[in-house]
Design a protein around this ligand. Structure first.
Ligand code: V47
Ligand code: SF4
Length: 365
């Protein structure tokens, strides 16, 4: 009824202010009933409690060694089969050349992610990481989604534990958050039927945390999932994080519709993106950071997201990724200068912090 306050939202606000954890029903209620201003206020409160006025970014570039992939994810605009038009495969020399290209450009991190190539083994990737490490000992190497790791370990018949140990020894510093999609098993059958399941994804991340390798976590949203599925996804992450504290950041990834088999369902609105950032920040109380991956949503919305709990904008990217430009993202050549990132953050009254892969402060502005 108009004029009557929503007691449930007031109760939820009280819990958040007192630092108590929200349960699934609370999370669902926020998604279904909370207004945008309310979500912004609460998400900023949580963000400021965790990271003050800081907003992080880094100097990074991507290498996508191949888009050849054994899987058939219906949201993917990027993968191709062997010999299919549009397929690419970088040689090791190409990859090392790329590493060399960025050596003098003050990049601190390389992010390496690609398709699951049917012929590539753990030995191949181990050699790749070792050679990158030799070429640039100071560069942080964040590489391979749990889906790529799952395949290479099985192909080379090694356990998750041993596989991770070998990659760490070769020079792997961190694991990115891709491949999580949405954990609900029924939905997974519909959008990525033959891909690494939710339990193996979580097991690989847990083993990485135990081995001392920090990881990230993503959630693909805005396709056929319902709010309950997003809450279920975050619950599984929150439980694992309670056990290991090995996740560094949560990265909601907005489904983009161009050039993929799910395209007719369209995309969710910008308001929905902002609401989702806020609920994620409020709900994932044990995640130290929330990232808006700007190449996917555009620079303007990334700026807005800073008023909805986001405290990390990823990096400069240097026009080195194709995953989102092929799926219809606005920016077909994603790159941001340090000045661009700094002024975007400052324009929101927040403080830019250049970080390394492990969120150590390298420089404040
Ligand atoms: O797992 C694929 C997503 C992910 C589409 O860890 C799509 O720092 C939207 O995980 N629309 C790979 N999303 C990228 C990824 C990532 C990106 C940036 C930073 C980090 C990090 C990780 O891209 C896939 C999938 O969820 N994806 N196709 C699409 N059409
Ligand atoms: Fe392959 Fe990743 Fe595309 Fe799925 S999303 S088809 S695993 S490249």
């Amino acid at each position: 009824m108009p004029g009557i306050q929503d007691d449930r939202l007031i109760e939820i606000e009280k819990s958040v202010v007192e630092g108590n954890r929200l349960d699934s029903d609370d999370g669902l209620y926020l998604y279904e009933h909370a207004g945008l201003g309310y979500l912004s206020r609460l998400a900023c409160l949580v963000k400021e409690r965790i990271s003050g006025k800081n907003v992080y970014f880094n100097h990074n570039f991507h290498i996508e060694p191949t888009n050849i992939c054994i899987h058939n994810c219906r949201f993917c605009s990027y993968s191709r089969k062997v010999n299919q038009e549009g397929a690419w495969e970088m040689s090791l020399e190409d990859i090392l050349q790329e590493i060399n290209k960025f050596k003098d450009r003050s990049a601190t991190e390389v992010h390496i992610v690609g398709g699951v190539h049917p012929h590539r083994t753990l030995e191949y990737y181990e050699g790749m990481i070792r050679q990158i490490r030799e070429l640039n000992p100071k560069l942080f190497i964040k590489a391979f989604t749990a889906v790529e790791l799952d395949f290479m370990f099985r192909k080379s018949q090694v356990s998750i534990k041993d596989g991770l140990k070998r990659l760490k020894l070769a020079g792997l510093d961190a694991i990115p958050g891709g491949g999580a999609e949405i954990f609900d098993e029924e939905l997974r059958k519909m959008i990525c039927p033959d891909k690494t399941g939710s339990d193996p994804w979580l097991s690989i991340h847990e083993a990485a945390h135990v081995a001392g390798i920090p990881t990230n976590a993503t959630m693909l949203y805005g396709h056929i999932e319902k709010y309950t599925h997003r809450i279920d996804h975050m619950n599984r992450l929150r439980q694992l994080q309670d056990r290991t504290a090995g996740f560094q950041v949560f990265i909601p990834l907005k489904y983009r519709k161009e050039n993929n088999a799910l395209g007719t369902i369209g995309e969710v609105s910008t308001i929905e993106d902002l609401r989702n950032y806020a609920v994620s920040r409020i709900y994932l109380d044990n995640f130290p950071h929330l990232k808006a991956y700007w190449p996917m949503i555009g620079k303007e919305i990334a700026g807005l997201s800073l008023s909805f709990g986001v405290d990390d904008l990823d990096g400069t990217i240097e026009d080195t990724t194709r995953i989102y430009s092929m799926a219809g993202a606005e920016d077909q050549n994603p790159a941001m200068t340090t000045d661009g990132l700094v002024s975007l953050i400052r324009s929101c009254g927040l403080e830019p912090v250049e970080r390394d892969t492990l969120y150590n402060t390298l420089k404040t502005y």
